[in-house]
Design a protein around this ligand. Sequence first.
Ligand code: ADP
Ligand code: MG
Length: 752
Amino acid sequence: MALVSVAQLDRAFPCGGKDWRFEPSRRHKMLLNFNSSIETLAKVGPIFSKRLCGLGIETIKDLLWYFPQRYEDFSQITPIKQAKLNEKACFCGTISQFTTKKTFKRGLFLTEALLQDKTACLRVVWFNQPYLAQTLKEKDLVCLAGKVAMDKGGIFLQSPSYEKVFEEENLTHTGRIIPIYPETKGISSRYLRYLVKQALKAALPSIQETLPENILKQQALLPLSKALTEIHFPSSFATLEMAKERFGFEEIFLIQLAVLKQKLKVQKQKAPSVPFKVELVKDLVAKLPFKLTDAQRKCSFQILKDLERKRPMSRLLEGDVGSGKTVVAVIAMLSCCKAGFQAALMAPTEILAQQHFNEVSKLLQPFKIKIALLTGKKDKIISQKIGYQTREGFKPETMEISRIKLLEKTKLGEINVLIGTHSLIQEKVKFNTSEKNGLALVVIDEQHRFGIKQRQKLVTGKSNKLLPHFLSMTATPIPRTLALTLYGNLDLSLLDEMPKGRKRITTEIVAPKERQRVYAFIKKEIKQGNQVFVICPRIELPEENEGNLSAKKSSWAEVKAVEEEYDKLSKVFFKSFKVEMLHGKMKPKEKEKIMLDFKRGKFDILVSTSVVEVGVDIPGATAMLIESAERFGLAQLHQFRGRIGRNKKEAFCFLFTESNSQKTKQRLKAILKAKNGFELAEYDLQIRGPGGLTSVKQWGLPDLAMLALKNLKLVEKTREQAKETLTNSPNLVQYPILREAVARFEKIAHLE
Ligand code: ADP
Ligand code: MG
């Protein structure tokens, strides 16, 4: 442990006698383990126990994993003579001449004393700690750590941390690198240090190492007990870094194990093999109304190759809005259908399902494919639309059949492609169960939470033991480190190229004084028959309110922001135009109606929170205004922006910001230059960290793991190590402790 060295002490203060640093404490005879209640520690009564509980600390383990937020370096003992104004330092000497008085103006207690070492004397002042004069006694040998300040009476040490120096005790609050814990009412860092120190002493002897010996060696990581000691009471900043690395590595490594284990499990299953018929693909491609981009060809090839195998594909197709993911899915689905199988396409909302149905029907028009759209909820029998390829050609006028009929046809295999929302994974939807004609492919748009269980559910036929191939499509750019961890069970296909002829959206960062000019411009756009999005800012509540409560509050605050903006725009600035609003608190039906009306051009301006449906095509929208743009991630801004410019007209995006910070402006400027969303996502990750991403939040990772997710090298190391570990012991039978730790993530991993 980091301590004041004897040499330092001797230099600062003549202490003499034996070396007290290495004397073990005799106070903690009892043996605690990680699961012991926090109340087994000294000075934890009911009141503090409750307060600690509020911090999520109930057991010794919780306490030991409550890591410091930052550290102060008081490891050097400064001779008083060398005290410098405005510098933080640690002094060691005898304390005397206590006086405590009450100040006139504010009624604060002021405790003064004098600290003396071999070299000089220093005045010490504490505010509002009247009990100090009882804690510290005249002539006590103490270490004081704090800032040197100045007043009328000259320099003095301002409210320092204090600590008596005992022969047999290591220093805790001074004379070392001291941990500072996240501030909370009623729980001071000083108190936590006191508890952590007890807990370390009592629990470390019985500590169970989570990482196998060989991995610790191979990766040169600190053992758990050492890492825990160092993270709380570092002996140097170098060892502190090593402790951080150990915890970061461990956390990411566990995720890797969970995710890779799942991947292996899927790979062991059998899937229907869909032959790669080159002629068929060529035929489809020739009949498309456009030429495929190279990226689309590459991704389609990867997918068709996967489908050919007898192992289930698990693939993520990632590409900016408008990069043409649908057609790639269509190529895969056609291949399945022509080989006699079924395919399913799932969209997050009904409006998107409808959009997919239209697009897929159009692209597959020349082929004899039966495509159906399943919408609606629960048992209600509602009319279902079905698109048929008939002898007379494609009939866009779809036929309506009842839900029961549609389910029947799906089960019989008479429907080739079934498109829908979440309703597709309802119990009642059954695909054909024969091995030759069953469901071969599930495509999911804009949502990756789809585990093996759900996949299996789609094919719970008796005879059919085959797992369908799985393709997830997303416009959310995923940084590489996340792709390798949280999405590590999926193979990746990137559409990193936009179809030719797409115009760049003219993007401008707008200062407050330019607002009127932009509004005037918008009016001109609308008069030319164009439509406009206005995105209201994301509301961030103070951190202390984190959790469900604040999520609720912040979404209500967002509603309020939308309503205010709507009022302003519809009653003042754009009085003569038609304005509508959209927010997350509206019913799904209401939202859909508004999106549809907007799509059909029934109004000019849509004021919305960030809930604007992903991927909904509003061909008439040419401009977007984003309020307080600095509150969004760059990748998210980029995604918003992708919702305009879906036609031949020029499109404009205005990023309003009231921030004067150079850093913020610099960050926003990146969006003017970036070539694609991937670049922006990497940039976001480095600057804002992964904490804000919903896909990351779900995992509930500690800060050190978040930090580790920024570090590609470390992530790659964990992945290699996880692969090796699972090769040696596929079910981690050899590593029971590890296995238990991994279980924590397995639930989450299965969702993916
Ligand atoms: P997203 O990746 O956002 O889902 P879509 O698949 O909806 O994109 O495609 C966006 C639009 O681009 C569609 O109208 C589609 O027909 C068109 N498109 C797709 N690929 C190409 C291409 N290679 N060239 C031109 N247009 C294309
Ligand atoms: Mg799409």
